[in-house]
Design a protein around this ligand. Structure first.
Ligand code: NAG
Ligand code: NAG
Ligand code: NAG
Ligand code: NAG
Ligand code: NAG
Ligand code: NAG
Ligand code: NAG
Ligand code: NAG
Ligand code: NAG
Ligand code: NAG
Ligand code: NAG
Length: 841
């Protein structure tokens, strides 16, 4: 803070010193001059005399002064010029100006055609209270505070309106702005940009070139503009850059039919300087706005004499053929200065030189000379069309908002004469108008590691590395969900590794280059701070995969589901018996005499043993998370190399202590598991689907965790397409098309081969076991019953016979009594008679 203060102040101090010196000088010189009859008024010229423009201004000013005094030879004042060469350097301009004030005692300074020079002169003029006149510097708000700065330049507001109307007249809704990356050019472009915004001309892209831009980088950026489908260009570049630009554009075929190029006045106003014919020829069809000086007898006369003077002055090369607009302004400014210098010396006048200049009115070469807010603005523009190596006027833009040619006047471009567009066509280019192009372009970054080609498979040209073809599950889903919106999708390879956080960041920071990104990109909160995700289109979550191992328990429990455990019946029974008996030997102690009870107990103990063992195993495995398996191996866990998701999952789990091994493809996964280089693989489900598709038999899904969000497509934040594409994804899912695509790419099984031990046991899983137990019990009971029957057969038959014959006789008696009932037979009746006899007594 302090340091900056010092830096700012030291020039101020020195400046004050300079000012003191200068004021005393002024006194001295004016005293000296009063001796002469004619008062000499010194005016400084600070110009880049190495440039054509500087030479023109210098000769124009001196010719104007001699013309002026030729007419007004009775004037008491004579303006004399002190010329300094600034070499185009702002600091030299400043020091020359200070020097002129100090040593020559100049009363006004003309010079400084860049923004910075104008600022420095404005600052100096403010302190010294001396008018500073800048020719052709851009109009900028930052200059308006200098009350002693006078600008002669073109009216950029009028120009901006003109270019905007011109573009609107052709229904071009979007343009590309090619500008020079330099303060002067950027500042003077601002009004144009604002006008474009206000009038619905979309600036599709802006590219800035510096003088040091190489031809390669120029070509590269133009090529990108071309690829974007841009056809209308507004060019705001210095002459040097223009002569580079158009040959490049020509090489890229951008100077052909269908393209439109518009040059701004700041670019065009320097075109009087010679441009090599090659560059000029490439510019055929370009349209330019140019400050217009009405051609009059006076202008013609002045130009002729000025051109004649060139041959005399050897300093000026023969390359200058036409007087520039700055030359005309310089002429008028010199006249104004000379007449003002005379006016302020009149005894009845008290105004300063600055006031006298701003109040002067006369007919100059550029029209009626009158300053408005210390500005001489040229607000009429001629529109020219480059043809061959020359230019042709096709009309005018008037400050009141109308186009005109010599005969007609109209508020639209229709009044212009026929324009020959690039490619020699008279048909006006269609432009990249939104109304007319029905297919919008979508620039999509695609992950291109090709590690899981079933997900994303990018085929490139081995030489040019350009994308030839893109397919895979993710791409097909994207293609299907973007299809209804009729976009032309351009895929661009993402080659910067598998850190997709960076991909999200790049997408966010290069909005002008990319619209979306697709591939095996997991939705994470970190990424969604930079981009917007669509709904996920894959299953969410991580899976843990291990090598399939054979075990007894699994045999029984899985025999319903798992084809591996099925064989011929005799084989299965053999295995079953072997297990049953071998376990019995150790588990059973009491002696059993009966073979049948031995059999039943054997089966039962076998069943109980299996139940107990299974529950124990399940409990153990649930509590130790597969620790048995881990311990049996080298404690490596595999994951997708470079995947942030897998890494995050590993660092916060029970597998934290295991060392990890990065793997790249499904073959890597399989080999690592089969070679027992890793005991487990942790990966996102879509990758595991590819693994199970490639190796359906060898692996088990040990566990699934729904801790990731699945894959989604990334779009720029706020993009309307996010919602549209999400809606399409959800349609695909509900209409089963997503499933169908999965089946096509993964040949999806109905479920993953899973390890039952990690799942809770249910009675249902023991169906087989209970069936065997039940059947053997039933069998034993049946055998027992048959044996018992055989032993007691005679007795049973005998007692059955006796029973049957007894029952038979009994039935017969009942039967006859029912038919011939006798009161004696009725015991109740007997009782009733006995009771009646007792009552009679
Ligand atoms: C230019 O005008 C002056 C008088 O204003 C005249 O003397 C001179 O001949 C003219 N020159 C040309 C080339 O017309
Ligand atoms: C000042 O005097 C001159 C004649 O000496 C006259 O032409 C001019 O109009 C006067 N100006 C003003 C402002 O009175
Ligand atoms: C606009 O200016 C041109 C030339 O300056 C003039 O001919 C035309 O009449 C003007 N139009 C309007 C509407 O003022
Ligand atoms: C990847 O694409 C290329 C070219 O389209 C094809 O030859 C190759 O088989 C594809 N790879 C897979 C795994 O689908
Ligand atoms: C994308 O879809 C279009 C039609 O909807 C089809 O022509 C094209 O082949 C598809 N591309 C890919 C890579 O699936
Ligand atoms: C990849 O990184 C390099 C430099 O690290 C960068 O130049 C390039 O633009 C990046 N690629 C993409 C597609 O962003
Ligand atoms: C996202 O992660 C990257 C590292 O991968 C980090 O540099 C960045 O700051 C993170 N962004 C946010 C918003 O946390
Ligand atoms: C990791 O786990 C610990 C405890 O198990 C928990 O406190 C922490 O929040 C977890 N971190 C993340 C990023 O999930
Ligand atoms: C996977 O790819 C990375 C980077 O390309 C490489 O460093 C690593 O060695 C590869 N791993 C395997 C197992 O091939
Ligand atoms: C697996 O281990 C074997 C020997 O232990 C080794 O030769 C091989 O390179 C390892 N493979 C991987 C993918 O690390
Ligand atoms: C999104 O969908 C809506 C309704 O289908 C449609 O009007 C709109 O144009 C779409 N947006 C884009 C960017 O395609």
């Amino acid at each position: 803070m302090e340091k900056r203060f010092c830096i700012q102040n030291s020039p101020l101090l020195s400046f004050l010193l300079v000012l003191l010196l200068f004021i005393s000088n002024c006194f001295a010189s004016s005293q000296n001059d009063e001796v002469d009859e004619q008062v000499r008024v010194r005016v400084g010229l600070v110009l880049d005399l190495g440039s054509v423009e500087g030479k023109i201004v210098r000769s124009s000013v001196s010719m104007a002064l001699s013309d002026f005094y030729a007419i007004h030879n009775d004037y008491k004042t004579r303006v004399s010029l002190s010329v300094r060469n600034s070499h185009g350097e702002p600091l030299l301009t400043l020091s020359s100006a200070v020097d002129l004030l100090q040593t020559e005692g100049v009363e006004a300074i003309i010079g400084g055609n860049s923004l910075l020079e104008a600022k420095l002169l404005g600052e100096l003029g403010e302190k010294a209270r001396v008018p500073m006149i800048s020719l052709d510097s851009p109009i900028s708000c930052s200059l308006s505070k200098y009350s002693h700065l006078i600008q002669a330049t073109h009216d950029s507001t009028s120009e901006a309106k003109g270019i905007t109307s011109f573009i609107n007249g052709f229904d071009w809704n979007s343009v590309a702005l090619v500008y020079e990356d330099h303060d002067d050019w950027k500042d003077s472009m601002q009004l144009l940009v604002d006008h474009f915004h206000e009038n619905n001309v979309r600036i599709k892209s802006k590219i800035g070139f510096t003088v040091s831009s190489s031809e390669d980088s120029m070509m590269d950026r133009l090529r990108k503009l071309n690829a974007l489908g841009t056809t209308v260009f507004v060019v705001h570049l210095s002459k040097v850059m223009v002569t580079y630009l158009f040959p490049c554009a020509e090489k890229l075929g951008m100077m052909g039919e269908g393209f439109a190029w518009i040059l701004t006045a700041k670019s065009m106003n320097r075109f009087h300087e010679s441009i090599d014919d090659f560059a000029k020829e490439t510019m055929e069809g370009v349209v330019g706005f140019k400050s217009y000086i009405p051609m009059s007898k006076e202008v013609h006369n002045f130009t002729l004499r000025w051109r004649k003077s060139l041959h005399v002055e050897e300093v000026i090369g023969t390359e200058i053929t036409r007087l520039s607009i700055s030359g005309i302004w310089a002429h008028d400014i010199a006249w104004a200065l000379a007449s003002a210098a005379e006016v302020i010396r009149m005894p009845n006048v008290t105004s300063t030189l600055l006031e006298a200049i701003t109040e002067s009115k006369f007919k100059g070469l550029s029209g009626d000379f009158q300053l408005d807010d210390r500005k001489l603005l040229s607000d009429k523009f001629e529109i020219v069309n480059m043809i061959g190596s020359g230019e042709r006027r096709i009309g005018f833009w008037n400050f009141n908002g109308s186009f005109s040619n010599r005969r007609h006047l109209s508020s639209t471009h229709n009044n212009l004469e026929t324009i020959i567009w690039p490619g020699g066509s008279t048909q006006s280019p269609k432009g990249s108008s939104l109304k007319q192009s029905d297919r919008k372009k979508l620039r999509v970054l695609v992950t291109s590691s090709n590690r899981f080609p079933r997900l994303v498979n990018v085929t490139t040209d081995p030489v040019t590395h350009d994308i030839i073809n893109v397919d895979g599950f993710c791409i097909e889903v994207f293609n299907a969900s973007i299809a209804p919106f009729n976009y032309e999708v351009e895929y661009i390879r993402w080659r910067n590794g598998s850190n997709y956080d960076n991909l999200a960041y790049v997408l966010n920071s290069q909005k002008d280059k990319y619209d979306a990104a697709v591939g095996d990109i997991t939705i994470t909160w970190n990424r969604s701070t930079y981009v917007d995700f669509t709904l996920p289109f894959t299953e969410m979550g991580l899976g843990i995969v291990a090598l399939k191992e054979r075990s007894i328990i699994v045999w029984l429990i899985e025999r319903h589901e798992n084809p591996e455990f099925q064989g011929s019946w005799s084989q299965q029974i053999g295995v079953m018996l072997w297990f049953g008996f071998s376990t019995l030997v150790y588990a059973h102690r009491e002696r059993l005499n009966h073979n049948l009870s031995r059999f039943v107990v054997t089966v039962w103990i076998f069943a109980v043993l299996i139940l107990v063992t299974s529950y124990t195993a399940t409990l153990t495995s649930m509590m130790t998370v597969q620790s048995i398996r881990f311990n049996s191996n080298k404690n490596y866990v595999g994951h997708l190399s470079g995947s942030l998701i897998a890494k995050a999952a590993l660092t916060n789990s029970s597998m934290q202590t295991m060392r990890s091994l990065g793997l790249n493809t499904s073959d890597d996964y399989a080999r690592a598991l089969l070679d027992k280089n890793v005991s487990l693989i942790v990966s996102e489900l879509p990758y595991l689907k590819v693994l199970f598709r490639d190796y359906p038999k060898d692996f088990l899904m040990v566990k699934k965790q729904y801790t990731t969000n699945g894959f989604g497509f990334m779009f720029q934040k706020g993009s309307e397409l996010v919602h549209n594409v999400s809606r399409e994804i959800s349609k695909l899912r509900t209409s089963e098309r997503l499933n169908e695509m999965e089946r096509r790419w993964f040949e999806k099984q109905s479920s993953y081969p899973t390890d039952d031990k990690s799942n809770p046991l249910t009675l249902d899983r023991f169906r087989g076991l209970f069936m065997i137990t039940g059947v053997s019990f039933a069998f034993s009971l049946a055998v027992l019953f048959i044996l018992w029957l055989r032993e007691k057969w005679d007795i049973i038959v005998h007692s059955v016979n006796i029973f049957l014959s007894r029952r038979l006789r009994h039935f017969r008696i009942i039967f006859t009594r029912t038919i011939h009932p006798s009161p004696l037979d009725n015991t109740i009746g007997e009782n009733a008679i006995q009771m009646a006899q007792r009552n009679r007594r």
